[in-house]
Design a protein around this ligand. Sequence first.
Ligand code: EGV
Length: 385
Amino acid sequence: MLVNRMLPTVSAENLTQFETLALSSSMNLADGHARQQLTAAQSKIVAELPDMWAEAAVRPVDEIEQEAAESFFGMLGQHSHPFAAGRTLSCYSSSLAMEILARSLVTTSDAVALIHPTFDNIPDILRGVGLRLVPVEEEQAHDEDLPAELLEQVGCVFITTPNNPTGRVMSEGRLRRLAEQCAEYGVVLALDTCFRGFDPDAQFDHYAVLDASGCRWVVIEDTGKLWPTLELKIGWLVRSANVDLPVEKVHSDILLGTSPLILLMVKRFADDGADGGLAELQRTIADHRALVRAELADVPDIGFVDDRARVSVERLHVGSRLGMDVWSAVRSQNLYVLPCQKFHWARPREGERMLRLALSRNSPTLLAGARVLRSALLGVPELRG
Ligand code: EGV
């Protein structure tokens, strides 16, 4: 329960509920969805939606689905991703793909090793089907082999790369070694790569590495973080031939398929992405990161935690202040950010002095938000807690 003297009492049980509070605000730097304005090329695609509707109504869906996947995976360097029937399933969102994975996993195992920290709907979905979670610290996953005792007690290792909120990317070498370990122990390696479009380091051909290892694997991909398409998006659930999980069956329990109109739109956005749009997006996010850092540069006792992050979110350490105090102070000025405790799903206190700011916004919104944040940081008492 959060209390603020100026505002009605609110409660938020997870990060998404914190994001919901922000949805109607003019300064919403909370959720990681894309809310920047369309580029000129993207506006042109949107103007052609009525024609795409007509096309989607008459063409075979499997053809449209394959074209959308080819364009999207191709844009991201994922050239070895499988096209064979049932290997790349489209979903309305990546969280739905996650739910399908969770329900599939729980038929054969009772525990998952999950990266820590990460966005809290991942642990919540996994726990929601009854899976037990074992935290794997981000540093550990990136720097060392996983211990045998861990791999012996889980059915799956789940890694978000680039991670949300840290932006940390698993290198090709580390992915190869982790996949080899998973192969050795018969453990499913699951990757959430929803933020990979922002970081070229996350765009080596993951499917080639996974397949070469021989491990059982599942990858969740997402169009939802990249383009300001008003929640029109696709989450993809991709699996190895040998995964031996009822992924297709569970998928079919939940949906028949996604909209061919959205698939056509995704194809067009991805083609534009490959044609320079993705590089432009990466530059925009880099500019926005620089803008926020510059605006807060001379505020004492703060820090930007993730030096090398290129994802569309940025963590801010608020020093000896409490994140929730800053959250409340900026909320009274109509600015919404995300407190970080709940990313640390195993030990929330580790996130209590951090906030996450969304960068996929228009520059004026970000600048206005950064200014509100700046004055709040200068005013919120330090040395608390
Ligand atoms: C982010 C929220 C849920 C998620 C937000 C997100 N979706 N809860 N199904 O899309 O980083 O803000 O990932």
